[in-house]
Design a protein around this ligand. Sequence first.
Ligand SMILES: [Zn+2]
Length: 421
Amino acid sequence: MLNYLRLLVFLLMLTAQQGFAQHTHCGTSEKMQEQLELNPELRTKRAEIESFTERWITEHEHEIVDRAVVTIPVVVHVVYKTSVQNISDAQIQSQIDVLNEDYRKLNADVSGVPTIWTNRVADCEIQFALATCDPNGYWTNGITRTETTVTNWQGSDDVKVTAAGGHDPWPAANYLNIWVCNIGAGLLGYAYQPGINPLLDGVVIGYGYFGRPSSSTTYNKGRTATHEIGHYFNLDHLWGPVADNSNCTADDGVSDTPKQKGPNYDACELTYPSASCGSGSNSDMFNNFMDYGDDPCIFFFTNGQKSRMLAAINGPRASLLSSNALNQCPVGIEEHVLESSLIVYPNPAADVLNIQSDQKDGLLTDASVFDLSGKLVLTASKLRLGYAAVPLDVSELKTGSYVLELRSENEVVTRRINIAK
Ligand SMILES: [Zn+2]
């Protein structure tokens, strides 16, 4: 009896987990729907973008192949509570590499596309690079790092708000903002489509699904970002912007992707043709990036999807092409990294002051603390500032205001600090 009960509980848990995964995966459609209900103006804007898209595609359909390659400037905001969530610069670069393969048809697994569709596979002629200039014109590596007290974001846009423990976006007109965090709510990631409020614009990805290989067993090839950025460039899922297309009426607005009833989670087990709405070459295109297969089993965009993305890049996302984010910065290479990336907290502090850089690891600095009469009251030499906070013992200081001076090879930076006992 006990064994039977155990089995029952196990089966129930399995069903619950599967149900959970099948309803969440990518949160884009639900998030967009939520915003459309909150903002009637967004509905109008989205309708305008849709008619622009259709017009642009009609006018340019003969020029879609072999256009000039465009480069999209990216900033990655790592918002972490644990060291595992604080993914490395190399892990982030591996994700950029994945995008540059997937959006250029340079991924090796593209050879798995069935022959009936090989002539539909697109080199999207879009590439990605981490920003080299931050919004203030300072040099950056295109990565910000924020330590947070938030354990699980539950799919909330608060990760885009510094005051809520996340990180404010860099101007959405000039950067593709990507937040990497403990996303929660059973999501791998979500994005907003063009027309959204700039403060929400961008892509959020769970830390376990970002880069190649990532810590996930099935979503380990960086395809979550490939998929979400597809949404960012105005693609829908293959079954359209609805949760359930079992009557086959909804569509993704792309002429060369067949209609389908809903997501295929099991792309790695399916064989062609596997049809839900059509048949033959109108089978479900379950290896497409805009379906829900495991990372090793989604590997292409179509020419029709490319057209929609290029329409976005030449329309609502055109400002990315005139961004200065990838140019030489007005304020020197690396010279002002300390000034632009320094974080000092808490303020006021009691016994320990944490000093951190959110852009560079291993920045060697000397620290001095002066009282307001200019008297030197504390020194510490050779602090290696970086993504992890370096504690400065201020327990000997009395309550009051002080000036903290940090001296690196290239810079002297000061911050007003307060001590409160
Ligand atoms: Zn999606």
